[in-house]
Structure formats: structure tokens, C-alpha cells
Design a protein around this ligand. Structure first.
Ligand SMILES: [Zn+2]
Length: 101
């Protein structure tokens, strides 16, 4: 599954969409692509601003950033939604009250 990641920079209000070329396949039968995406963006590496900054800058500039000054945290970038490419299906969005992030 390929996904489009809709990001917001909460310090500027800017919004960009990162078109992810990764093929999200899930870890196994029970932990499918939806599960994997939710886990990675709610609790895994992509929950952190330092990794979200890469997606955001790549979406904004059109190229992957090499020397970006990145801070860890859970305040700066919000995932407004992750959509399965080619459909309107929302796979994930940050739900701050539910996740406690
Ligand atoms: Zn971090």
C-alpha cells in the first residue's frame, strides 16, 4: 500500500503532502499495513518530530533533506491524515486525546 501523508507544521500553520514511495505491506497477517502505519506514526519512529521534519521538508522542497536541524518532540508536526493512495480512505490521523502524545 502506498500512502499520502498530510502534515501540518504547528509553528507556521503550513501544510504539505508527502507522497511516500514506500510499499507498506504490514508485518504479518494480524499486523497488516493499517496496523503497521498506525503503530509507526502513533508510537514508533514517525511519532517523533525529528522524523516528521524529514517528511515535511521533503514535501515542502521536493527533495529529501540532508542537513536538517531537527528536534525531538511531539508538538511541532501534526499528521492531519494519512490516505491510502488512489482512494479516499483515511488510514491514520493524530488523535492527541486518544494517544496522549
Ligand atoms: Zn526524535
Amino acid at each position: 500500500m502506498k500512502i499520502d501523508i498530510h502534515l501540518r507544521d504547528n509553528t507556521t500553520g503550513e501544510r504539505y503532502v508527502y507522497y511516500d514511495d514506500s510499499d507498506w505491506a504490514g508485518w504479518d497477517e494480524d499486523r497488516n499495513a493499517d496496523y503497521q502505519i498506525e503503530w509507526m506514526f502513533a508510537y514508533g519512529n514517525y511519532a517523533c518530530d525529528c522524523n516528521r521534519a524529514l517528511y515535511f521538508e521533503a514535501a515542502k522542497t521536493g527533495k529529501w533533506p540532508n542537513n536538517l536541524d531537527r528536534d525531538c518532540g511531539h508538538e511541532r508536526y501534526t499528521i492531519e491524515r494519512i490516505v491510502e493512495r488512489g482512494t479516499d480512505r483515511v488510514v491514520y490521523y493524530d488523535d492527541d486525546e486518544a494517544s496522549g502524545l
